[in-house]
Ligand binder design. Structure first.
Ligand code: ZN
Length: 226
């Protein structure tokens, strides 16, 4: 159960981290197991290239931050990989039009079904779905799974440039060289606008309309060495 992230951690990264450890340069490799390969093939088929690359950067950041800042965690890298790949599955045109549910919630549902199909492991599917559903549920009160927290940290890092002190610049550079941003912020800002337009009742609105979109477009973080 620990390896699926079902442990109670603070939703506030600073409370959970206690002291910031000096980050180390890392070149994160993708896992090569059979389930991971199937998940990657599915993500490649379903996600636009920009979203796929964002998802792979999120995985790289998450692994590096976990090793640097939360070394005591026992989170399975395959579970983290599937979660990273599936976290934005709700934003595809097909899935946006398939439902009136918020993209994170519907994405969690789709992700649950996909993990069940590939693994028949309900705890694995529950862990992924829970993290996907809560990945934009940012805040400083209460608790979340460790898988959910690392997904929140890594996604907001790639989108808004938050928490950069937790990761070594070389690690960020390697991830961005391997999986280029290629206009990612504009793509994500458009996805936020689409969600707020199609599901104005959705959770994305809790991050501020249009403040969240503006914060994404105003992100001046340097992710790659030129
Ligand atoms: Zn994302």
């Amino acid at each position: 159960m620990l390896s699926y992230g079902f442990v109670k951690v603070h939703r506030d990264p600073k409370k959970e981290m206690r002291t910031l450890r000096t980050p180390t340069p890392q070149r994160v490799q993708l896992p090569q197991g059979a389930v991971e390969q199937k998940m990657l093939a599915y993500a490649r088929a379903e996600l636009p290239d920009k979203v796929l690359n964002h998802s792979l950067r999120v995985y790289c950041y998450a692994v590096a931050i976990m090793r640097d800042q939360f070394p005591e965690w026992d989170l399975d890298l395959g579970v983290l990989f599937s979660t990273s790949l599936l976290h934005d599955i709700g934003t595809t045109a097909k899935n946006m039009h398939a439902t009136k549910m918020l993209f994170e919630f519907y994405g969690g549902w789709v992700a649950h079904a996909k993990v069940m199909e590939e693994t028949a492991d309900r705890d694995y599917a529950d862990a992924v779905a829970e993290a996907v559903i809560r990945h934009q549920d940012l805040g400083d009160s209460g608790f979340i799974t460790s898988l959910g927290l690392i997904l929140q940290i890594a996604t907001i890092m790639d989108n808004v440039g938050k928490h950069m002190e937790m990761i070594h610049p070389e690690t960020v550079h390697h991830a961005n060289a391997a999986y280029p941003r290629d206009g990612w912020l504009g793509c994500f800002a458009a996805a936020i606008d689409r969600e707020n337009e199609m599901k104005p009742w959705g959770h994305t609105s809790a991050l501020g309309v249009p403040d969240f979109r503006d914060a994404v477009l105003g992100n001046k973080t340097v992710y790659s060495k030129m």
